[in-house]
Design a protein around this ligand. Structure first.
Ligand code: AMP
Length: 486
């Protein structure tokens, strides 16, 4: 492991909030940023941009949602600009920056960002990933691109087909390095690194730093600057967590009640099961709430349509399973609701991390039934915080009034017997013995896009809050990832 120079937040902080113009970025980049509506750099950007501009190697501890993509893309564009040209000749547009990501979803997002930030420059960018026809990618590569975003496997396919030459790469970025290793890309990464010129700048980003990650970093980073921003524990400190005690068959009414009482718009409601997600979305629709379910039984087209509608405000509530939620490029939600407490305790941290991002505050509301005692205890242990279930104010569920819910109306015996947690098609196995064991399900790779570190990072200080008084003002999410493609 090379010696790391740590740049801590206080050192990096300046008296007044920094502006993008302070970094000496070229006018075309500043113009693109202004068009994106970004005024101030996020903490990771404020730290990374000057260091990358110096040409130094960087090891960045940052997860998706922190603004890290611009943190490396902007200084890359700036560094490539002096030799940018408008020549039509492919030879004048060699690959000069290579950005590797573990998944095609992330590759696509990064490529969108790079395109947006470089739109007023002559620099060309392209993205290549597997699962789709190689021909259009080949055509783009043949025409010449300076900034290439790629997943490892497809990149090597292009190298093998000799449609790609990496010998002029000046800057190499490895994004979500921990996920790369999780996905078994190490041999591919090593092959790719061997194709790059020895003299180059390396930037590596990872949400977690396992011994394997450190070993990988040591193998290719030279005297890297370590850049760290608040992890999900700091994020979670801004999240108001409230646990509402409700009867199992009153949970759907409780969601409707919360949406109305707290005037919630744009919320992800987490269900532990796909069937549960679909059923809840249906019932919410029936209650007049614009809702849609997103899970592994939906086609990619359906998932994309639901996501776009959600971002555009056509749908207020996305009911999602944990695995499906990983595929969502949505940041800064004002609220998430745990319809079910997650079986997998780390998922609780991941779920609440979807709100309270990038300096914003957020609410994480959870529905709790008596049978969830063990799950709640596991969560409290992990986050080192006591979460006391409270009654839901002014809540008069249909079940308590003797009315029948959809489940009872349909006489769905299996659901009655096992409850929502029992759907035999759950993506995750419960750790606690408080719920029956679901069948392990094949995970659609579309959902493998990361959004939180695998390792739990949790708040240590309890946040004082009287949940019953915590009625939130109506908030509409700034969906940072919601821009359409250029
Ligand atoms: P990332 O962590 O790179 O995936 O970025 C998370 C989201 O923050 C993306 O949707 C970006 O478009 C958005 N974003 C990046 N930088 C800024 C900024 N300086 N101000 C506001 N939003 C930003």
């Amino acid at each position: 492991m090379p010696e790391l120079n740590t740049l801590t937040a206080p050192e990096a902080a300046t008296a007044s909030p920094p502006r993008f113009a302070d970094f000496g970025l070229a006018q075309p980049i500043l113009q693109a940023l202004a068009e994106q509506g970004y005024q101030h750099p996020t903490p990771i950007q404020a730290q990374a941009i000057p260091v990358v501009l110096q040409g130094r190697d960087v090891m960045g501890a940052a997860q998706t949602g922190t603004g890290k993509t611009a943190g490396f893309s902007l200084p890359i564009i700036q560094q490539l600009l002096p030799n940018a040209n408008t020549s039509a000749s492919p030879a004048r547009h060699p690959v000069r920056a290579l950005i590797l990501t573990p998944t095609r979803e992330l590759a696509d997002q990064v490529a969108d960002n790079v395109k947006a930030y470089s739109r007023h420059t002559p620099l060309r960018s392209a993205v290549v990933f597997g699962g789709i026809d190689m021909a259009p990618q080949t055509a783009a590569l043949r025409a010449g691109v300076e900034i290439l975003i790629a997943t490892p496997g497809r990149l090597l396919d292009h190298v093998q087909q000799k449609t790609l030459n990496l010998s002029q790469t000046e800057i190499f970025v490895m994004d979500e390095a921990d996920r790369m290793l999780d996905m078994g890309f190490l041999p591919d990464l090593q092959r790719i690194i061997n194709l790059l010129p020895k003299q180059r700048q390396n930037l590596m980003f990872s949400a977690t730093f396992s011994p394997e990650i450190k070993k990988l970093a040591a193998s290719f980073l030279k005297n890297p600057q370590l850049i760290e921003v608040a992890r999900s524990n700091a994020t979670a400190e801004r999240v108001t967590q409230i646990i509402y005690k409700v009867e199992e068959d009153a949970k759907r009414d409780a969601v409707v009640h919360l949406l109305k009482q707290r005037e919630i718009r744009q919320v992800i409601v987490f269900s532990n099961t796909k069937i549960g997600a679909s059923r809840l979305a249906r019932e919410l629709e029936r209650a007049g709430v614009k809702a849609s379910a997103i899970h592994g039984d939906k086609t990619q087209a359906e998932r994309m349509a639901a996501l776009e509608a959600f971002k555009a405000g056509g749908i207020d509530v996305l009911v999602a399973t944990d695995v499906a939620a990983r595929g969502l490029d949505i940041a800064e939600l004002p609220c998430v609701i745990n319809y079910d407490l997650p079986y997998n305790v780390e998922d609780y941290v991941h779920r609440i991390g979807r709100t309270g991002r990038a300096g914003a505050s957020g609410d994480a509301l959870s529905l709790y039934c008596d049978k969830d005692a063990r799950l709640l205890a596991d969560i409290e242990k992990l986050i080192k915080q006591k979460l006391v279930p409270v009654e839901l104010e002014d809540f008069h569920p249909r079940s308590a009034r003797g009315e029948r819910t959809e489940r009872h109306d349909r006489g769905d015996r299996q659901s009655d017997r096992y409850g929502d947690h029992s759907e035999r098609r759950t993506e995750r196995a419960p750790r606690s013995n408080s719920a029956p064991m679901p069948r392990k399900e094949k995970v659609d790779p579309w959902f493998l896009k990361p959004y939180e570190p695998a390792a739990p990072a949790v708040p240590t200080e309890p946040k004082p809050v009287d949940p019953r008084n915590a009625k939130a003002p109506a908030k509409r999410a700034a969906l940072l990832g919601g821009r359409s493609k250029n």
